[in-house]
Design a protein around this ligand. Sequence first.
Ligand SMILES: [Ca+2]
Length: 324
Amino acid sequence: MRKTMIVALLLLLTLGASAQCETSEGGTAEVKIYRVGKPLLEGQFSVSATRHVRFAKGNLRYQASTGTWDFNEHQYDVLGTGGGNRTKSGRETQSAWIDLFGFATSGWSGSGAIAYQPWDTIKISRYYGPPSGYSAVGDYAYCDWGKSFYAGFRLPTYAEWHYVIYERTNCRNLRGAGTLFGVPGVFLLPDGWNWADLPTSLAAAKAAYDHNGDGVADGFTFVPATGDTGAQKYTANVIVNNTSGQNFWKLLEDAGVVFMPSNGWRDGTTVNYDGGLHYYTSTVEVNGMDIYLMHFREGPGFRDPTLVSQRYYGRSVRLVKDVE
Ligand SMILES: [Ca+2]
């Protein structure tokens, strides 16, 4: 049954069609895929000594009126307090997109969770995810949005986030807070990145970057967040939205740079923005009702991704895919 479902999903991905999909555990999930351009970014990131992943091109988003899952068009796209994130009633039918999700709200009812729809906002942690504290893996793997809707995509585990931030070769020089086109967040540079050895076109765009738009090139110097607990501001690495910035960012992205935009976090139907990223990190629960997060906050900097927090909070979701 599960194999049949996966084949069906692959067909849907190919055709861009939609269907009601029955799962082997008896749950149902409305499957619609809407995708613009390539779903994956170019950069490869080590998540263990032997495994590499690539990131989805943007944060996950959902439109209830059409039952459509999608990735944001750009890495820097966030809905935050806009879109439908704060809608109090009618969330299950609204056409406004949402991009802050409670834990394991992939729309798969097979886990037996009470709150499993992407529009759920009830502030009771035990209603989210597999009951009895089971992890959202194995028999409950379809709680993972990637597993449910995007063939081959999945959430990173907390150990994988830890590897990217704290363990991969040269990791402390491959991460840094910044602001991209006015959106604060964190830049993650792919494995092996070397500012001193860039492709010719990228090196030229970097040199030509005109930070203040006065027509005179200023260049760009990346300031990594080298300290594990030290403060770094979103003003550390700024790429502005002018012609030189757009050209520079396009080539950075083409070369594999990942940007994780800060999108606040949702508590019920209130969206709080406190400078944190609050990303989901893991499909594994610990400490009862708490979940792992990938976390960066301006000032304190990176926090251990094993940080745990409430399941019911709505957070950004960024999926990855294994490099074959
Ligand atoms: Ca200038």
